[in-house]
Ligand binder design. Sequence first.
Ligand SMILES: [Zn+2]
Length: 397
Amino acid sequence: MEVTTIKVIKAHKIRLHPTAEQEEYLRRACGTRRFIFNWGLAEWQRQYQAGEQPAAFALKKQFNAIRGSEFPWTYEVTKCVVEGAFDDLGNAFRNFFAKRAKYPQFKKKGRSQESFYLANDKFTVGDHWVQVPLLGEFLVRQREAKGEPITKRTRMKRNLGKVNLAEKLRFSGKIMGATIRQEAGWWFLSVQVEVVSAQTPVDGPPVGIDAGFMRLATLSDDTRFENQKPLRHLLAQVRCLNKQLARRQKGSKNREKTKRKLARLHYRIRCLRDDLLHKVSYYVTERYGFIGLESLNVRGMFQNRKRALSASDASLGKLAYYIETKAQAHGTKVQRVGRFFPSTKRCHRCHHVREIDERERIYICFNSACGWVGDRDLNAALNILEEALRLASLTVQ
Ligand SMILES: [Zn+2]
C-alpha cells in the first residue's frame, strides 16, 4: 500500500526559567525589537507621505546601513531581533492590505506583546535548555561592568547563555524558528518544528460544524460542546479584579500587583479555552472523513466593539484553524461554506428562510407544510453540512 507522508509545522510552547540576569537580556531584546518595529513604522509612514512605496525588506536594509552609527546599542542583542521586527512589520501591513487587520500601531512598553524572534540557525535546544544567541557575551559584559572578575573559565562557559526550559521539546524534526515572549510576567519559548509523518486517513461519515458564542460547537449529528463552567467563574473574577484596578491609584505598587493578578487570570482563561479548542478539534478530526465549516467574518470581528465578544470571536477563528491543521494530518477535506450562506436562518429540511433573533435558541420552521422544531445550532450545523457537500461536489468535477 502506498503511504503518503506530509509535512506539518507544529509549535511547542515551553515555559522558560531565566535567572535574574538572563531576564535582563530577554527584556532588552524585547525592548530592542519594539524600538526597531516602531522605527520601521515611522519610516514607512514618512516614505508613504513623501509619495514613495515603502517595503519592509528595503527598510531593513536602510536600518542596517545606519545601525552601527546611530543605534550601536542594538548590537547588544542578537540580530534575529532586527530580522523579526521587520518581518512583523511586513506581515502587519500585508494583513492590513488584505483587510485582515487594522492599520499597524506603534508598540508601547507594557501594553503590547513583548517578544522577539530567533532564526533557526541561531539557537540550539537541548535536553532542558535553550542556547540564546549573544546571551553569554551579554552576561560577561554586564559582570565586567560591575567590576566582577571574569576568569577565562567564565568566558568559556557556554552554560552562561543557556536558559532553563520547563520541559523537553516534544516534536522531533527540522526546527524552523522560535519566538521568546513574555506573557503575564512569565517567559515562554515557542519553537516551530517541521514534522514529517505518514498520513492516516479517517474512514468516517461527513460532518457539519456550527461554532457559536452560546455553545462552543454543535455537530450535525447533535454532538454538543458547551463552553466550560470554570470559564464563567473565572470571568466573574476578571470583572471583580477590573473593579479593584479602577480603585487603585495610578503608579502605585498595589495597582501593579492587581495588574499582574489580572494578567495571570487572563492567561489562565486563555489556557482553558485553548485546551477545550484542542479537545474539540481532536474529537472532530479523529471521527469524521469530511468536515464542513463556516467561513468567519473576520472583518466584522474587528468592528465588534464589545471586548467579551471579540475574545470568543478569536477562539472561533482558532477552532477552525486547529481543525484545519489537524485534518491535514489525515488528509481529510475541510470545506468552507461562504459567510453569506444563511446557515442559521434556513430550515435544513425544507430550505424555507426566516429571520431569527440572536436570543432564540430553538428554531421553528414557519413553513406550515414543514414545521420543523429543534435546536437552533443543530439546524445550522445540518445546513452547513449540506452546503459543504454541495460545494465539494462542484470542485471535484
Ligand atoms: Zn422547514
